[in-house]
Design a protein around this ligand. Structure first.
Ligand code: NAD
Ligand code: MG
Length: 392
């Protein structure tokens, strides 16, 4: 229990997997948190229920159509319903908000995450794509405004917990980024071309949105997370070892020069890192089941197979080249994953499309968020063109 006034939370992407888990944790601590603002894109049914449950002052939806649908369900009560990307940035930066959960999927979450960073908020960052696209600008905005950036991605949250708390990094040898390996960990290479979207989104350990589930299956998620870790913790790719750990019990580790390895463990449940971020530096209950140390618990490890899962290598190439190449890769991947989910591409085409777009657009130095958003659009168009060219 705390005697301070409740923290006012804005949940961007409230209707998604991370958003729903965030509201679940918040609802367990009515004395600590109140929901000031929510955003949902087009899942109006769920958003309407969230508005009824949490009574936020402001809500943002995709467009006027979605606004009318929402108003028809919630009536003209005390919740203001706004529209569009600029409104997302507004609700993230307003003085009426203390904490912003950035849980929109894809580079669509960049401008609102950046707005929260510039406004000096406590920023709970689930939206890894914003760091992949604009890590330099986002980290600089955090440093300049005095915002507090807490990683919500489970691996990065684990690394944050395992690093020295004084942030000097003294004695750190490397970071071990764990990966479940996804549903195709043991699928032979020749079968990967024919796996279906339904198989790809059926993650063995985590229940997540469709895009990140496909990324987990292709190991692109681990590639994006490698880039995310480099920005968050000031690392180079050589400082990070990717380790396959199929059970997703160890969420990541830090290796020290004295031989110690510190790991963070827990049942795979996003409410744990979310509660960590919301409560920090306090520990608060999350609703996740306690980890049972019994004979059913086994921990296995392996090396990632970059030949069967070339997306990991593409991400390594992108961060090594630097500049705008990670933004190009991210945009190409958002388009190729959507095309795979639509049945327009095979699973093994994902890496081919991503690589072709990286080759077409190449890399330049990062100048501004406007430049990055323009490159994001350019790479999306290139990806659509490459996909289209393969169909004829
Ligand atoms: P999701 O697809 O379940 O939800 C996405 C949310 O973003 C929804 O609220 C949707 O309405 C909103 N949205 C979608 N497109 C939008 C757009 N163009 N503009 C504004 N809003 C839009 O996704 P998720 O699984 O909750 O993942 C969200 C983010 O968190 C992703 O960046 C993902 O990589 C990251 N993440 C998720 C998990 C997880 O367990 N799901 C774990 C770690 C990191
Ligand atoms: Mg993760």
């Amino acid at each position: 229990m705390t005697s301070a006034r409740p923290q006012r939370v804005c949940v961007l992407g409230a209707t998604g997997s991370v958003g729903v888990n965030t509201l679940d944790v918040i609802s367990r601590h009515p004395d600590r948190f109140e929901v000031a603002a929510l955003s949902g894109h087009r899942n109006i049914e769920r958003l309407a229920q969230q508005v009824r449950d949490f009574q936020p002052a402001r809500v943002v939806v995709a467009d006027n159509d979605a606004r009318q649908q929402l108003l028809a369900r919630i009536g003209s009560g005390s919740t203001e319903v706004l529209v569009g990307e600029a409104a997302l940035a507004d609700i993230a930066a307003t003085d009426d908000v203390d904490v912003v959960m950035a849980a929109i999927v894809g580079s669509a979450g960049l401008t609102s995450a950046l707005a929260a960073a510039r406004a000096g908020k406590r920023l709970l960052l689930a939206n890894k794509e914003s760091l992949v696209v604009a890590g330099d600008l986002l980290m600089r905005a955090v440093a300049e405004s005095g915002a507090e950036l807490l990683p919500i991605d489970s691996e990065h949250n684990a690394i944050f917990q395992c690093l020295p708390s004084d942030h000097r990094r003294q004695g750190v040898a490397s970071v071990l980024l764990t990966a479940s390996g996804g549903p195709f960990l043991n699928t032979p290479a020749e079968q990967l071309a024919t796996v279906t979207p339904a198989q790809a989104v059926a993650h063995p350990n985590w229940s997540m949105g469709a895009k990140i589930s496909v990324d987990s299956a292709s190991l692109m998620n681990k590639g994006l997370e490698l880039i995310e870790a480099c920005w968050l913790f000031g690392l180079t790719p050589d400082d990070v070892e990717v380790v396959i750990h199929p059970e997703s019990i160890i969420h990541s580790m830090v290796r020290y020069i004295d031989g110690s390895v510190i790991a963070q463990l827990g049942t795979p449940d996003m409410r744990t890192p979310i509660a960590f971020g919301l409560g920090y530096p306090d520990r608060i209950a999350s609703g996740s089941a306690p980890l049972a140390f019994d004979p059913s618990l086994s921990l296995n490890f392996d090396q990632p197979d970059r030949d069967r899962f070339p997306c990991l290598r593409l991400a390594e190439q992108a961060i090594a080249a630097g500049g705008t190449l990670p933004a190009v890769l991210n945009a190409a991947n958002e388009v190729s994953v959507a095309a795979f989910l639509d049945g327009r591409l095979s699973f093994t085409d994902l890496a081919r499309i991503n690589e072709a777009v990286m080759g077409r657009i190449g890399s330049t130095a990062v100048e501004s968020v406007e430049q990055l958003l323009a490159i994001d659009q350019q790479a999306r168009h290139a990806a659509e063109a490459v996909i289209e060219a393969r169909r004829v």
